[in-house]
Design a protein around this ligand. Sequence first.
Ligand SMILES: [Fe+2]
Length: 435
Amino acid sequence: MHNLEGRDFFDNIRRSVKISHFVASIIPLALLVYFSVQYVYPYVSGGDSSNIPIHIGILLVLAVVVSVLGLILSTKATNSSIESAQELNTKINSLFDITKQFRETLHLDILLKKIMESAMALTSAESGALILYDEERNLKCRFSSGTNSGTVQQGVLKPGEGIAAQVAETGKAVLLNDVSKDGRFNSGPDNGSGHKTTSVVCVPLIYAGETIGVIELRNRKQGHFTKQDESLLSSLADQASISIAQNRARERQHSDFIHITEMLVGAQDYIQNRKGHARRVASYANLIGKELNFSDAELKKLYHASLLHDIGMLKIDPNDIWDKGQSVHHPKLGHDMIKSISQWRDSADIILYHHERYDGNDALQAKDKDDIPLSARVLVVADTFDVLTSQYSFTVHLDPETAIKDIESNAGTQFDPVVVKAFKSALTDTGLISS
Ligand SMILES: [Fe+2]
């Protein structure tokens, strides 16, 4: 229920309860009037009020007292129930907000911190720990927070060690409001720490039927942990499990992607006998891109294109690599290889045009010079600078100052003058050339 709708809902309940109490208070009042008229009035009207029977007087007073007391107690109980329901409603609403935040958090460490902070806030816990299985199925504390978080067991938890390990093994939540009476609690980390754990609530994190860890909370700030706390924490853990599993899958995919990129870049540099070429080109291209105020997304596209700009060479027979008639096809071959990979697709056009001249003469792929993306013009300058200045080069080996002069002399024909100017400025700023 949305917060505003929730407030309206509880206001309506309060109004209904007030009406019920009003109606309920009329009934004893009517009875009082009836009995007064029936049994007291005759004495009063006859001037004989001193002879009203004592038992009738007591009964009437008692009826008034009991009615008033009943009304007060009933109002208090109803208000208290409404407040509890409203508090629960607020917590459930905050749980929706929290889980939305989990879904939007891309970095695992930040996600774990958010999960821990949310769990503690939701249950008023003093401290807590998020303990996860790693890839070797070792159970380790990944994040702890709060006043006595230092007492959380660090390192690998042994099977059955403490509440957390047992919850991880059984997949069942545990709620203890007096840990001293339960043999499952491991008091070792508490000893000598100056902190005393009195209560614990611990729930499993389960994803696709597999326990991936636990959330353990210690010592409630006010009162004891309740079944409601356990239930709310379990709901939070369900959402947290999904976000943790998705986050880990994303990180694993990213890591695999980096390794695959490394392999391809290594193969590409090896086949051309240009060790480190692609990375240096990527670094120069990044300097130019930043100088030209490229957005982060543009810099990322340029980075991938720079790393893989000669990947098409892998499709050419190694014996024909230096045959210009064959190697001239590598931008198109590289483009076709890259465009089918979703994470690199946006870099494909930069690769396709990375040997085009600025003036459009001797076009390889571009039908019109305006087809050439600015990033491709950046890449060709970065590529040329590295070829001119690197030790591996079998043509020339120029110092950076001479190389940039050589490139400048071709600005407006082979190279985009804006790009060349930006590169010279960036190289000056980095101290690679003097101004
Ligand atoms: Fe190339």
